[in-house]
Write a protein that binds this ligand. Structure first.
Ligand code: HEC
Length: 141
């Protein structure tokens, strides 16, 4: 009787585990120093929060929504391609490590093209891209 419950559960667990290990290796074991450097690059150099974090009524970043995506509160004053929404980047969802590094190092996204303005086409060197990714992955989605 008990096996009737346990065996399917074991089977399910192994399927889930297999699915888990098929994922491209994330950067979970990134050294603290690498995450710290990524945080510095994101927060103090590339200023990703300018667009990817909503602001409070005082105009400060809403830290409870850090890099969780944002409806931009500015737009060009003439007609041109423009993305009004900056998606969530905490955790770097939707991108495996190779895709994320390519995006950070070349500006080319999953569609094989650059993201729309005003997303900058960053050209991080490999070490900096690794650090930025390690930091973004360390954040909760
Ligand atoms: C000046 C505003 C701005 C800044 C600064 C900015 N972004 Fe963006 N980002 C955007 C907008 C707007 C989009 C949506 C673009 C689109 O829809 O094509 C976007 C899209 C993205 C995407 C999804 C791209 C795709 O096409 O799949 C990622 C990933 C991303 N940004 C990461 C970052 C990171 C990491 C930083 C800092 C290192 C950063 N962004 C800084 C505005 C910005």
């Amino acid at each position: 009787m008990r096996f009737k419950i346990i065996l399917p559960l074991l089977a399910l667990a192994s399927v889930l585990l297999a699915a888990e290990t098929n994922q491209p290796a994330p950067v979970p074991s990134a050294p603290a120093a690498q995450i710290q450097r990524g945080k510095y690059l994101v927060e103090n150099v590339a200023m990703c929060a300018t667009c990817h974090t909503p602001r409070t009524e005082q105009g400060d970043y809403d830290r409870t929504q850090w890099l969780q995506g944002n409806l931009l509160d500015f737009k060009p004053d003439h007609l041109m391609p423009f993305a009004a929404v900056a998606p969530p980047i905490a955790g770097m969802p939707g991108y495996n490590d190779a895709q994320a590094l390519k995006f950070l190092e070349t500006g080319i996204d999953l569609t094989g093209k650059p993201a729309m303005y005003p997303m900058p086409q960053f050209r991080f060197n490999h070490d900096d891209a690794l650090a930025v990714l390690a930091y973004l992955r360390s954040l909760k989605r």
